[in-house]
Write a protein that binds this ligand. Structure first.
Ligand code: ZN
Length: 76
């Protein structure tokens, strides 16, 4: 099972955890509420998990332009 982190804004692959030993507790998923979990985590047909996160580039852009963030969240 692999866990793929993808930027929710630009779609770039941020990183992959390739491990069967990682459980959802260690990943911090339990800190999310159900809505966040549904928004952030999608289970792939092959058993992999895709987690939406934010890449450094987008984080930087958002820090500079908070307005940009509001716009982006409505684009799917
Ligand atoms: Zn990005």
């Amino acid at each position: 099972m692999s866990i793929h982190y993808k930027c929710r804004h630009c779609g770039v692959a941020v990183g992959t955890i390739d491990s069967v030993s990682v459980n959802s507790q260690e990943l911090g998923f339990h800190q999310l509420d159900d809505q966040e979990r549904m928004d952030m985590i999608s289970y792939q047909n092959n058993g992999d998990i895709e987690v939406k996160t934010i890449c450094e580039d987008c984080q930087e852009a958002l820090d500079r332009n908070p307005q940009f963030h509001e716009n982006q969240t409505f684009i799917h």
